[in-house]
Write a protein that binds this ligand. Structure first.
Ligand code: PGA
Length: 259
């Protein structure tokens, strides 16, 4: 049986203000304490990271940045480096979220550079991949996710894989209320794991956590997480509601990583 700790990430995107960010983080930390077998990570807006870091201090909940520059320092107006994220208490970094790939035009070469910047700064990286609706309708899902995994992991050494999690998020399911069926999601997760296996080896592949994202809610989380290759979720909308998020964390504790 694979020994993978279930993981649930809360991606707050460009939501909250300082007061509610602190309150939400506090509720998440209180809830997570009752589900010790699940790794919980919050990704608040960058400007509230320090505030949330203070709230999470002493709790089991980890903190991550939603994005970082591929550069480490210097004349890059408006950018935030992975080292700065680390400096304010982050241990994790999201790379390749579809809103950055498709909304902001970030390409695989840039995402690969960001992934390396995160690892070099000592952050664990959660790499998001997934096909658009158009790609799915053209029956290109498998090609797209394999290409993304190959390109985004370029030159990542095997030793770094323990600092990596992959989140499969079909773009058409993000924020839409549509979810991949557990069976469809499982098929893509298995393909992603197989791809990691062919790039590295079977041991690394079976140790890699692969999360599902895209309209995960309390009502569908358990069925998704019960799939053999789904090790938790990356949650957007439902992560802004402490009760819903807690229900998803509990579903991960009960259903994930059982074979
Ligand atoms: P959603 O977002 O849960 O609102 O669909 C998921 C994500 O963007 O990570």
């Amino acid at each position: 049986m694979p020994d993978r700790t279930p993981c649930v990430g809360g991606n707050w995107k460009m939501n909250t203000r300082a007061a509610d960010a602190g309150a939400l983080a506090k509720s998440v930390a209180d809830g997570a304490a009752s589900v010790p077998g699940v790794e919980v990570i919050l990704f608040p807006p960058a400007i509230y990271l320090q505030e949330v870091a203070g709230t999470l201090s002493g709790s089991s909940v980890a903190l991550g940045g939603q994005d970082a520059s591929e550069q480490s320092d210097g004349a890059w107006t408006g950018q935030i480096s992975a080292g700065m994220l680390r400096d304010v208490g982050c241990t994790h970094l999201l790379v390749g979220h579809s809103e950055r790939r498709h909304g902001l035009g970030e390409q695989d070469a840039l995402l690969n550079a960001k992934l390396h910047a995160g690892l070099e700064a000592g952050l664990d990286v959660m790499l998001c991949i997934g096909e658009t609706l158009q790609e799915r309708q053209a029956d290109r899902t498998a090609d797209v996710v394999v290409e993304q995994v190959q390109a985004d992991l370029a030159n990542v050494p095997m030793e770094a894989l323990s600092s990596l999690t992959i989140a499969y998020e079909p773009v058409w399911a993000i924020g839409t209320g549509l979810t991949a069926s557990p069976e469809d999601a499982q098929a893509v997760h298995a393909l992603v794991r197989q791809t990691v296996g062919s790039l590295y080896d079977g041991t690394s592949a079976s140790a890699m956590r692969i999360l599902y994202g895209g309209s995960v809610k309390p009502g569908n989380a358990a069925d998704l997480f019960a799939q053999a290759d789904i090790d938790g979720g990356l949650i957007g909308g439902a992560s802004l509601d402490a009760e819903q998020f807690q229900a998803i964390v509990e579903a991960a504790g009960q259903s994930c990583c059982r074979s």
